[in-house]
Every structure is written in C-alpha cells, then in structure tokens.
Ligand binder design. Structure first.
Ligand code: ADP
Ligand code: ASP
Ligand code: MG
Length: 436
C-alpha cells in the first residue's frame, strides 16, 4: 500500500481538494495523509496566542474570519444539498468548540487541541467529498494510533501496533484518510509533531505499515538544488539518497520536515516528492541510491546562535569537551556545528530557550562569546575526500562572504558554513552560480 501526503496548499481550496480527489481515485488501496488547509494552522496559533493574553475579542475576530472562509469552501466543494448540510454542520461543531475557549479556561493543553482542529476539519471535508463521489473512503483517526513518548519522540512500536488495529477494523475501504501533524503524547493528551509535521506523520505511517512508497505531494516539482524562495532558476533534483535528503531537510529545505527522512530510511521505503499542480512531472525520488561525484544541493538553516568558549589552559586537556557538552545536555539543547582550535571551541545551537543559563555555566571554563543572527549554509552531495576540488569550488563561490565557522568531514555528504543572517541571499545565489 502507498502513503500519499498532501500539504496545506494542495488542500488549500475547494478546487484544490477536488484535484487531490482526482489523484487518489484510481481503485488502488491507499492511505491519504492531509495537512490543514493552508493558513489554518497559522490562524489557530494566532487564536491561541490571543487566548493566552486573555484578549477574547482578538481571538473571536480571527475565529470568525476563519469560519467564514470555511463556509465558503464548503459551499464550493459539494454539489448535493445533503453534503453541503453535512459540511456546514462539521464547520459549526469545530468553530463552536474554538469559540468555547473565549469563555472557558485556557491552558497549554487546550492550545494543542486548538492546533489540531485544522487537520480534523480538512480530513472530514475530504472524506465527505469522496462520499459524495461514491468512493469507498473512511477516516483513520490519527489520535487513535499516532503517539509520542515522554521525550517527545514517536513511539514506533505503539504506532505500528495501533495503526494495524485501526486498519483491520475497516477492511472494506479503498481510500483511508488520516490527519497529518496531530498525535497523542505519553499522557494520552492531544499533541502534535511540530510545525510542518505532516511529512513526519506520512513517513511514520509508511514505516509502520511497511508501505511500498511514501509520496509527499506539495506545490513544487520536488527538491530543488537551492532554496527557490531566495534564488531564481533553481532546478528540481531527480534522485536523492536518504542521507542527502535528511541533511537538506535538517538544514532548511522546507519541502521536507527535518525528521521525516529517518523512518523511511530505516524501513528502506522510497519517498517521492511530487507536485499537485503538475502531477505528471517526475519530481524527486529519495532512496538508498547515492549518485556519485556530484554536488547535489544547497540549503540554509535560520536562527542560529554561535557560542565560542576560549580557554587556553583547559581546552586540549581531556575531559574539557565532555564538560562543555554536558552543559548543553543538561539544558536539552542540541548542538548543530562544532569547531575546535588550540585556544577555543565554537558550537552552534538553534534553540535559545536556555541560552543565558548555558552561557553562565560555560563561564566556569573560560571566556564566552555569543553571536546571534547567524545561519548555517549547508552544501550537500557526494563530498568524500577523494572528490577533491569540491571544497575549493564552494569556498571560491563564498569569497565575498565573511565565514565564521566551517564544518566538513562529519559525514561524506555535507559541508556546513556559518555566516551572518544578513548574507543569506548573497551566499545562496553565489553558490548556485558557481556550483550548478
Ligand atoms: P506543504 O504545505 O505542502 O507541506 P511546504 O510549504 O512545507 O509545503 O514546502 C514546500 C515549499 O518548500 C516550496 O513551496 C518551496 O518554497 C519551499 N522550499 C524551500 N527549499 C526548497 C527546496 N530546496 N526545494 C523545494 N522546495 C523548497
Ligand atoms: N498544519 C501543520 C502546519 O501548518 C502541519 C503541516 O502542514 O505539515 O504546521
Ligand atoms: Mg510542509
């Protein structure tokens, strides 16, 4: 069975939803994972933020605007009166629920439930549409099988066991429709897989059922060799290895959620990135095949902070790096890049939540400097040492950009370069010009 995930833009209007239906109605059994209609999750975040601040009027305004949009989409989506009525009732239920928080208590638990409404609505709307089209479709409720553990990591065993149960309970179905993004946590509460997490849902489901293929349908024809939001004339890459795709997703290629490649890689399940607007384009096939001797793509990861710890006396003493790492570990803050020299060590992090405490603790071991507003540029490809000349090309392209850190050799697929955020566009464009 294949798993097909459609992102926000792909289900962003009644017309788009109809186009998705054309793509999934073909008599083959499949699981369809849907995101919320585009813009919805952002609006839900906005609503939650207003509720936190007890600004009920602000929340109501966003709720009403969103509700109005949904009634219009329902009108445009269904032809039969019965289904229009069902659609209206659906929207009414979900929006009454959202409105209830402008009167009742609001806490972090309710916030997660609010964020879940987008995917709950889009899947129900799609299911009704397929019913109107006389298809054998049904909902697989993600909250019945998708689960994260105490460390907020997916609970693979639980997911495998429970998705099989819910599938077995509905054998006579061609098109199973399920919610991306949403899950339950270790306490059984509604939670989510972080923003953009529907891709992760699809690959977790694919791995759990040992799918024949995972398809990620979006608004572009596959992974491009540079970020199309910053560089003109980027090109779609026809084949990527799991490792290359994982590096690109982790380092900012928004088309894939950072963690979504791993479950597919572990299960050796091919992932295809496809374009809903151009369904016959080849897109990108991600598999275990690594193409040799090429620089594949460039991506950039934002909001990076660099921390330099200088300590002439202690640095190369053994145990020093362990103490430094332990400080980051104690604040559950992962390190992205690391470089060392005789007198200091520099690391980068992408999460400043505990920056002040980390810096205070690090001061025990030397002087500490912090640089905010940095980004990591990541160049991905077959970059093993024997392919000499590639590093030269990369740095030649970057000659006018101040480089603060370089990391190479951590894997055979990646060179990471830390630069000022202000230089992002210039750097991405210079790399495209010299590398592709
Ligand atoms: P969806 O809503 O379908 O999940 P996303 O907006 O999350 O879609 O991802 C698709 C977008 O990712 C594209 O529209 C594109 O602007 C952006 N993007 C960033 N980097 C890349 C890249 N290297 N290749 C393709 N798309 C990219
Ligand atoms: N709807 C969620 C978001 O906007 C999940 C997703 O689209 O992948 O973040
Ligand atoms: Mg996405």
């Amino acid at each position: 069975m294949k798993v097909l995930k459609f992102g926000g833009t792909s289900v962003g209007s009644a017309q788009r939803i109809k186009e998705v239906a054309e793509l999934v109605i073909n008599g083959q059994k499949k699981i369809v994972v849907l995101s919320a209609m585009s813009g919805t999750t952002n609006s839900l975040v906005e609503i939650a933020n207003y509720l936190y601040k007890k600004n009920h009027e602000g929340a109501k305004e966003v709720i009403n605007k969103l509700e109005h949009k949904y009634y219009q989409e329902v009108e445009a989506l269904y032809s039969e009166e019965t289904y229009k009525k069902k659609g209206h009732a659906l929207i009414k239920t979900h929006f009454e629920y959202l409105k209830s928080f402008t009167k009742d208590l609001f806490t972090v638990f309710e916030e997660k439930t609010i964020l879940a409404q987008g995917e709950l609505i889009s899947t129900a709307m799609f299911h009704y549409y397929l019913q109107e089209r006389k298809q054998k479709s049904d909902i697989l409720p993600a909250l019945d099988y998708m689960r994260i553990d105490k460390n907020n990591e997916p609970d693979a065993e639980y997911i495998k066991l429970n998705i099989k149960k819910v599938l077995a309970a509905k054998p006579d179905v061609d098109i199973y429709i399920t919610q991306g993004f949403i899950c339950r946590n270790a306490f059984g509460e509604v939670d989510n897989l972080q923003r953009g997490g529907s891709d992760y849902s699809a690959s977790l489901i694919g791995a759990a059922i040992k799918a024949e293929e995972i398809q990620i349908w979006t608004d572009i024809d596959g992974m491009h060799n540079n970020d199309p939001r910053y560089v003109e004339k980027t090109q779609s890459i026809s084949d990527l290895s799991f490792d290359e795709a994982a590096e690109l997703a982790y380092f900012g290629a928004k088309i894939l959620h950072p963690t979504s490649v791993l479950p597919a890689k572990l299960g050796n399940i091919p992932v295809r990135l496809l374009n809903t607007l151009e369904p016959h384009a080849h897109g990108t096939l991600i598999s275990s095949q690594q193409q040799k001797k090429r620089i594949t793509a460039v991506a950039a990861k934002d909001d990076i902070t660099a921390i330099k710890i200088k300590s002439g006396r202690m640095l190369l003493a053994y145990g020093f790096l362990r103490k430094v790492f332990e400080i980051f570990e104690s604040y559950k803050t992962p390190i992205d890049m690391i470089t060392t020299s005789e007198v200091g060590v520099s690391v980068t992090i992408d999460n400043n939540r505990h920056l002040d405490e980390i810096v205070d603790d690090l001061k025990k071991y030397g002087t500490v400097e912090v640089d905010r507003d940095q980004i990591i540029i990541c160049v991905v490809g077959d970059l093993i040492a024997e392919n000499n000349g590639y590093a030269n090309k990369i740095f030649d392209a970057m000659q006018d950009i101040p480089i603060r850190m370089i990391s190479y050799g951590g894997s055979n697929y990646n060179v990471s370069i830390l630069i000022n955020a202000a230089d992002k566009k210039a750097a991405l464009n210079a790399l495209s010009e010299k590398l592709f």
